[in-house]
Design a protein around this ligand. Structure first.
Ligand SMILES: NC(=O)c1ccc[n+]([C@@H]2O[C@H](COP(=O)([O-])OP(=O)(O)OC[C@H]3O[C@@H](n4cnc5c(N)ncnc54)[C@H](O)[C@@H]3O)[C@@H](O)[C@H]2O)c1
Length: 327
């Protein structure tokens, strides 16, 4: 029988109840022990569906419960001390992206995780998709000329949603397109510098909205490749687009989350492997076996993606390029 793993949550909103909790219910031997949300009724509603004792304060939950793992599913500005307290108790962590809203906070948490030597896993689930294996395998050791990434969409939630407030979410590139940026890092390599320009030109009259409606970021990669990313949330009536194009000598890959198209046609054959573990399975497997190699984005690595997106925010604010410091 599989070793019982007792899991707690802090933040039981969309990603917790739509993705993590249903996926954990499918894994044998996982007990949903405790659910915490600042809006207690949200945690109560989740507990009715998935079980678990309900809390409104994560400190009380961590004091009372003997957890093996904590899922931190909070908005970017709400990462305060949950990770620090959990790590100090030896509780393994799955933290949702983006892991922090400032590098100081991210570095503080990374240090606590390293000191406690707990397992960490960050919610960059695209890394577990078969296309990620196929593209990464194909690109390994090859020289890349350029990467072009785009994520165009709208504004989630209503006028009171935290997402539309720059000081709470960090904006589209940091909060949402962080998935695309992390995917690019996984396939292409680490970023050396970013230079960004943002504007709030068409959504300026939207209630309570302070995030830029358009963001363009130019990147230099450590391996010599160049790249750009564009993000917009101006398409509030639907529609949108997400793409990752990678240019090599005489070859272009268009990598979606489902498949890889090659141009010119027939220039390369890239087959997709069978799906492996999903992110929740990988995290639970790592806790049970101690094998951390199945985790594709730990906290320290995810912080490098955060450094890129926060670096872009800084560059847009100062007008100057920003160099990455994490190695
Ligand atoms: N991996 C993915 O694909 C994916 C998808 C969606 C969201 N996310 C990420 O997950 C995080 C949460 O997003 P969401 O869509 O679930 O947001 P949400 O607003 O639906 O849920 C967040 C919950 O956290 C609660 N909360 C806020 N501060 C709290 C605190 N101090 N203590 C306890 N609870 C608190 C809120 O009451 C809310 O219920 C974000 O960082 C987001 O980027 C990841």
């Amino acid at each position: 029988m599989a070793q019982e793993i007792r899991v707690g949550f802090v933040g039981t909103g969309g990603i917790a109840t739509e993705a993590h909790l249903p996926a954990l219910k499918e894994i044998e031997g996982v007990e949903i022990a405790a659910l915490c949300d600042a809006r207690k009724e949200t945690a109560e509603a989740a507990a009715q569906r998935f079980g678990g004792r309900v809390y409104a304060d994560h400190r009380e939950m961590l004091d009372r419960e003997e957890l093996d793992a904590l899922f931190v599913c909070l908005p970017p500005d709400a990462h305060t001390d949950a990770e620090l307290l959990a790590a100090a108790k030896g509780v393994h962590l799955l933290v949702e992206k983006p892991v922090a809203l400032s590098m100081d906070k991210g570095l503080e948490i990374a240090e606590a995780i390293e000191k406690a030597d707990v397992i960490s896993c960050v919610g960059y689930q695209l890394r577990y998709f078969p296309v990620a294996d196929a593209a990464r395998g194909f690109l390994a050791g090859k020289k890349i000329a350029m990467v072009a990434g785009n994520r165009w969409g709208g504004v989630p939630g209503g006028a009171d949603h935290w997402w539309r407030v720059m000081a709470r979410s960090g904006g589209m590139f940091h909060e949402m397109a962080t998935h695309n940026m992390d995917f690019i890092r996984y396939l292409v390599g680490d970023v050396a510098t970013v230079c960004a320009r943002y504007s709030l030109n068409v959504l300026g009259d939207a209630e309570n909205l302070t995030v830029p409606d358009s963001q363009v970021i130019v990147m230099e990669f450590k391996n010599g490749a160049t790249g750009y990313f564009s993000a917009t949330c101006a398409l509030t009536k639907g529609g949108g687009w997400s793409s990752t194009d990678i240019i090599l000598r005489d070859l272009m890959l268009r990598v979606s989350f489902e498949d890889i198209k090659v141009a010119p046609e027939g220039a390369a054959e890239i087959g997709l492997p069978e799906p492996g573990m999903n992110i929740q399975q990988a995290f639970i497997h790592a806790i049970r076996t101690g094998d951390r190699s199945v985790i594709r984005s730990d906290y320290a690595d995810a912080l490098k993606t955060t450094e890129v997106t926060l670096g872009a925010n800084e560059s847009a604010a100062t007008g100057k390029p920003v160099a990455m410091k994490l190695v």
